[in-house]
Design a protein around this ligand. Structure first.
Ligand SMILES: [Zn+2]
Length: 89
């Protein structure tokens, strides 16, 4: 394998979705790649991690800024959170 497809989640191998960060976002891109796979290990692990470290019921999804190697967590408070922003092709 040479270049990995930037739209594939490195944690679960699923194709990520385009997600609109909204007008108040500080990101200057039109969309962000976000893994909305509820079985993604990154997302599944996040619940326990947030509860034990922050005592809050939340998790995070893997996200990536298109065209860059900028990846990181996108905090969510439920499996349904942020889905309004999904951009379907
Ligand atoms: Zn994933």
């Amino acid at each position: 394998m040479t270049d990995r497809d930037e739209s594939v989640c490195p944690h679960c191998g699923e194709k990520m979705k385009k997600w609109d960060p909204g007008a108040e976002s500080t990101w200057e891109c039109k969309f962000v790649w976000v893994c909305f796979n509820d079985d993604c290990p990154y997302f599944v692990r996040g619940w326990d991690h947030m509860m034990s470290s922050q005592q809050i019921r939340a998790s995070y999804r893997h996200r990536r800024i298109p065209g860059t190697s900028d990846t990181g967590p996108l905090a969510v408070w439920s499996p349904y959170a942020l889905r309004d922003g999904i951009i379907e092709d």
